[in-house]
Design a protein around this ligand. Structure first.
Ligand code: G4P
Ligand code: NA
Ligand code: NA
Length: 189
């Protein structure tokens, strides 16, 4: 997606360990106009897919997911990273964070992720795909169906996308970063 790629080249910042900071328009300050354009693009790319629920994982996935849910007029459910003591009916899974080198639990209530749901997952970044794997597990445990996964930014050098596509999942990424070597942002044309 042209507008996102141009914005990454203009405002994205490269950090050690293959991290791309997009704090000025996605992860800290947000650009709602760009966010809306990205959601419109997801709606276009998943137009032939039957969806009844949009899903994401807190925190950074919520903004793009709710834009998509708004356009599709569908509920948006976000998986939580900490198990609230008051929530019954919880499905949980464990995610390994490569960036933080630790595991964390992710959970969702069976009240909001149900058997037969056709789920479109939306998130900001796809790196190694560990968060995505956790979502796959939660959707499976719920007896729902994962019909697509959309990411604002995929870092193809970390191969989470390869794994998801090998599983036969319909993956759409609006910008694919091929390399951040030498702090140079290389985006797939
Ligand atoms: P993975 O899920 O693809 O395996 O990625 P990983 O464990 O490496 O990433 C963990 C967190 O770091 C995720 O956010 C993910 O969105 C974010 N992340 C990964 N690579 C980048 C990057 O290059 N730039 C930025 N800005 N974020 C990246 P999270 O910890 O779950 O937190 P939240 O921000 O969604 O709350
Ligand atoms: Na995220
Ligand atoms: Na993040």
């Amino acid at each position: 997606m042209k507008a996102l790629k141009e914005r990454i080249m203009r405002d994205g910042k490269c950090f050690e360990g293959g991290i791309l900071k997009v704090d000025s328009f996605i992860n800290h300050q947000m650009d709602p106009i760009l966010m809306k354009s990205m959601a419109v693009e997801f709606v276009r790319r998943f137009a032939s897919t039957k969806i009844n629920k949009v899903m994401t994982i807190e925190a950074s996935g919520i903004a793009p997911a709710i834009m998509v849910g708004y356009l599709l007029e569908l509920p948006v459910v976000f998986a939580k990273k900490k198990k609230p003591s008051t929530m019954e009916n919880m499905l949980t899974t464990t995610v390994y964070s490569f960036t933080k080198d630790r595991t964390y639990d992710v959970c969702v209530s069976k009240d909001y992720l149900c058997p037969g749901d056709r789920v479109l997952f939306i998130d900001d970044f796809l790196a190694n795909g560990n968060a995505a794997k956790g979502i796959i597990d939660l959707v499976r445990k719920a007896g729902a169906e994962l019909v697509g996964m959309g990411f604002l930014i995929e870092k193809s050098f970390q191969h989470g996308g390869d794994y998801l596509r090998e599983q036969g999942i319909h993956v759409e990424s609006l910008a694919i970063i091929e390399s951040l070597d030498n702090c140079q942002i290389k985006i797939k044309e």
